[in-house]
Write a new protein. Structure first.
Length: 98
């Protein structure tokens, strides 16, 4: 009986840990804003639309504005990395159904 109880507790613990590990990474919109201060005004407006959507949990609404920022302006290597990381995180949230 104790072995069955132990096995049940172990399986339940693994299920909880597996579920916690599957959460998509959080998008830190404040660091994205800080890293992309040098954008031209039109691109900055698109970035703000995307980040507002992310903050509201509307990840699908953030995809096109992020793409416009990524492909519509000249970004340095660090800025491009920030946009790519943000888009990857947004896609992970969309894949999870958020």
């Amino acid at each position: 009986m104790n072995i069955q109880r132990f096995a049940l507790v172990a399986l339940a613990s693994l299920a909880v840990l597996a579920g916690a590990g599957c959460a998509p990474p959080k998008v830190d919109t404040a660091s994205v804003r800080a890293g992309l201060q040098g954008l031209v005004p039109g691109q900055k407006a698109q970035l703000e639309v995307a980040l507002t959507a992310i903050d509201a949990g509307r990840y699908k609404d953030a995809v096109m504005p992020l793409r416009r920022v990524a492909f519509g302006s000249k970004l340095d290597g660090n800025q491009r990395k920030i946009i790519e990381d943000t888009m990857t995180k947004v896609r992970a949230h969309i894949a999870k159904g958020e």
